[in-house]
Design a protein around this ligand. Structure first.
Ligand SMILES: Cc1cc2nc3c(=O)[nH]c(=O)nc-3n(C[C@H](O)[C@H](O)[C@H](O)COP(=O)(O)O)c2cc1C
Length: 312
């Protein structure tokens, strides 16, 4: 038991990060059923779809689960109301300021966690009154901090900046990494990449196979002028990289990105035209094949215990 497991009422301090096009009710409920905390990724869902996923998740697990809401979501007022009306108890906010919504969610009895990429943002989240913080290093899959602070540097800095319960994210895919971030001051982990590539993730099998065969250096943080995103090697990464080298403006990058690229890449498995997002740590999973959530959770917790006794 620690502050993270008691805050959420879970067995292991392992959170499955909300992930566009990956974390629907199947993934979230599987993680919760295995003793972690599953999060529905609202970022890629229309409000009606989110409602459906919340209801299905509740049918599939009697354990706690939550919703990740990126604060730049276009109909944010509508989804906040929906989440409250549907009785969701835990919300992880990201990609925006938690100032506006934290109090509102608290008034409705909802636990609020905010994702940050620096100790400055961690302090702001604490001022906003959040219950816990996810500090995410720039190794992570998805959208990232501009400063490119690694998990190894970020966790101790955030630990110094706030006494709030702290969850580490970015580059964690093994029990050994869980132990390492605990040594740095984290009390739990948020894992994205490893869960995005499990059987229960709604990402395309083509995307999963591609990401399970990457080498070191096959992902890069690009689109920093727009919204820093860790992209996987391929045609779209090459196009963005060339445009950026040629000094492309924000508008030019926005046009290049267009609409629906992440869906094409992650959900539809279009390796040519799609935007492919995964974390650096994917290369550590090379050759593992697609595992179930139960297998991943067993490996994570088993390896954590082994490493802990080996260190002792
Ligand atoms: C495909 C993909 C999509 C993601 N989408 C979101 C999202 O919608 N909201 C969010 O807060 N984080 C998102 N993330 C970040 C994860 O929630 C998590 O914090 C991150 O993946 C942790 O680092 P790791 O990939 O090294 O495990 C995404 C990550 C991936 C790989």
């Amino acid at each position: 038991m620690n502050r993270i497991t008691s805050l959420f009422g879970i067995t292991y301090p392992i959170i499955q990060g909300g992930m566009v096009w990956c974390s629907g009710w199947r993934l979230a409920s599987a993680v919760s059923n295995a003793g972690g905390l599953g999060l529905l990724g609202a970022g890629s869902m229309h409000p009606d779809t989110l409602r459906e996923h919340i209801r299905k998740c509740r049918e599939a697990t009697s354990r706690p689960f939550g919703v990740n809401l990126p604060l730049m979501y276009p109909q944010i007022d509508e989804v906040m109301q929906l989440v409250a009306d549907e009785g969701v108890r835990i919300v992880f906010t990201s990609a925006g300021s938690p100032r506006k919504w934290t109090g509102w969610l608290h008034e409705r009895g909802i636990t609020v966690v905010h994702v940050v990429s620096s100790s400055v943002f961690a302090r702001k989240a604490e001022e906003a009154g959040v219950d816990a913080i996810v500090a995410e290093g720039f190794e992570a899959g998805g959208h990232n901090g501009r400063e490119e602070t690694t998990t190894l540097c970020l966790i101790p800095a955030v630990r110094r900046a706030t006494e709030l319960p702290l969850i580490a994210a970015g580059g964690i895919a093994t029990g050994a990494a869980m132990l390492a971030v605990e040594a740095l001051g984290a009390e739990g982990v948020q894992i994205g990449t490893r869960f995005a590539l499990t059987a229960e993730s709604s990402a395309s099998e083509v995307f999963k196979d591609y990401c399970l065969n990457l080498n070191e250096g096959d992902t890069r943080l690009l689109l920093k002028k727009l919204s820093p995103t860790r992209l996987v090697k391929g045609k779209f990464l090459d196009e963005v990289s060339q445009a950026e080298d040629a000094g492309a403006s924000v508008d030019e990058l926005r046009t290049l990105l267009g609409k629906g690229r992440a869906k094409r890449g992650i959900f539809e498995g279009d390796l040519e035209e799609g935007e492919l997002e995964i974390g650096q740590v994917a290369s550590l999973l090379k050759g593992k094949g697609i595992q179930t959530v139960a297998e991943v959770m067993k490996e994570l917790t088993g390896e954590y215990e082994e490493r802990l006794s080996a260190l002792r």
